[in-house]
Design a protein around this ligand. Sequence first.
Ligand SMILES: Cc1ncc(COP(=O)(O)O)c(C=O)c1O
Length: 395
Amino acid sequence: MESNNENFLKYLAQTSTIPLAIEIKKAEGVWLFDSNNKKYLDLISGIAVNNIGHCHPEVINAIQDQIQKHLHVMVYGEFVLEAQVKLAKLIQRTLPEPLNNIYFVNSGSEAIEGAIKLAKRATGKPKIISFDNAYHGSTHGALSMIGDEALKQPFQPLLPEVNKIKFNDFNTLDEIDNKTACVVIETIQGEAGAIVPKPEFMRALRKKCDETQSLLILDEVQCGFGRTGKLWAFEHYSITPDIIVTAKGLGGGLPLGAFISSKEIMDKLSFDPALGHITTFGGNPVSCAAAYATLNVIIKNELYKKAESKERLFRKNLNHPAIKSINGKGLMLAVEFDSFETNKKIIDSLIKKGVITDWFLFAPKCLRIAPPLTISEEQINYACSLIIDTINEEA
Ligand SMILES: Cc1ncc(COP(=O)(O)O)c(C=O)c1O
């Protein structure tokens, strides 16, 4: 009989020529267990998804409660779903005015699509500005805005009137003009290698958007939900976006995304045309119940605050001449080596030792550290000692 692993390679479409293909049987807290019961410390959380660890008991309870009540019913205004309402209200309490109105979708890419459509509809303008090395997702609109030509080229033509400017470069802000509907930016760039913007740059960007009446869209799909030391990464910069986009960690391990704006702007999706943005499964009640439990755990335990001291512990431990730099904030870190080859050797060897890490799409020299926010100090020390041992062996 063929193994699950063989059937995985045979029946499931692969998105790379080198799939790792470890069969996961169980996941709990910061640990993953494979089919041989080998234990792995998860240092990447399914790429910044499992922010409160795998299968957190409060999330599992919330899912179980919700499935006793109902699964999908319908979401175009016909029915009021308590799971959605409770979550929307809780999220709203964490955000400054005027971010008081939310539309739930299923993923980050879809939230980005909704946000740029909303910006075009609300401003009546055609142009979109995005940044070099940005990643916003894989659908056509999101792909149009990413900062890497090689990924985009085979799928042209993409969206027209998307201009790419330089992250952290004040001079390129002049590209934003009165025809710009929106500027889309990751508050902290993920796939670029956890690149943190200068606070003055974010404030200058906000000012330029105000001057040109362009909407500022912050993509917090990867950096949101407590990962960087604040609940929302934009809180580091004393600015408020016009639209915020979230997904990944939002659903606590279930698929959920959202774009959030003011009621005034969001209302534009309800007329001329009606149903300006819709999706069958957006705000699935089970995902919303899981998200509500997740957000409560983050708030109750102030996990975002602890991300800062855990960052300090990683930085203190990861001290080695082969490490060129450590970028990022909180538990969104990128450890830079001299080459992709060195990084890949370290990643492969760590996996053998039972630690899961990864590189970044646009920063192949950098090792990704994005563990669940619940990782303990002891587990950080353990992970770092294995990383340092591995660097000594491979670098
Ligand atoms: C910053 C950012 N935006 C958007 C997305 C797309 O999210 P999804 O993969 O859920 O479509 C990602 C995914 O990695 C991301 O990192």
